[in-house]
Design a protein around this ligand. Sequence first.
Ligand code: IPE
Ligand code: IPE
Ligand code: MG
Length: 252
Amino acid sequence: MSSPAHHSVEQSPRVPEEPELPKHVAIIMDGNGRWASERGMHRSEGHRAGVNNVRRITTSFADHGVKYLTLFAFSTENWERPDDEVGFLISLMGEAVRQETQPLHAQGVRIRHIGRLDRLPDGLQDAIRESMELTKDNKGITLNLAYDYGGRAEIIDAVRAMVADGLRPDDITEDALQRHLYTDGLPDPDLIIRTAGEMRISNFLIWQSAYAEYYATDVHWPDFDERQVAKALEAYGGRQRRYGRLDPDETS
Ligand code: IPE
Ligand code: IPE
Ligand code: MG
């Protein structure tokens, strides 16, 4: 206990082990623009730094044993930003998919996309589909990219899909709706992290997050590092999830 080496280990966050470990972590990667502005840089530099952080954080969650990581990269509302920023974000996504697929594949990461593909340029749609196809049998962490994703749009798409499938009113259950969401096959997120200090959900996984634990940090996304990952997991490990029930010791 008193050795210096042991002491430094004790000071780092205590990352929980299963079952206290979240199976699915979802992140609202916010603060790229502010990160750049604070450094006197153009917002686009913040987005670039943000993309460059994706592999490091994916690897870190995978190393902790998290099985699913969803990253919110572009919302249905982000189309309302100035044209030059939207254009930059789209070309950056293309660059990122082309650059990052191979190294992630080499690490056994399975890549998925949630959101709408049809509004993206054909080349980007193809790149995303190819990266999903290449990695679909990988057994490592599932990296789920929320790009042109909106929670309300997802629910509308699910309702349309149920109608198209001919479901009758009695067939419309929570399970049926869940199966028609973009996230079909993925467990609900256990932990939602938001960087850059904002305390809102911004239309992210609004159905799936019904009982997710929420963790907010002031750190801007490009600065969110392995230590921040450990801190978020530590905080999660201290939470008590009740799902509307009582604690076991309150029922006796
Ligand atoms: C998050 O960073 C990335 C996207 C929403 C695309 P922001 O661009 O929202 O950064 P801030 O919030 O302006 O700092
Ligand atoms: C949420 O961030 C969307 C992404 C991180 C992709 P925003 O920056 O768009 O959210 P608001 O506008 O602050 O709610
Ligand atoms: Mg923002």
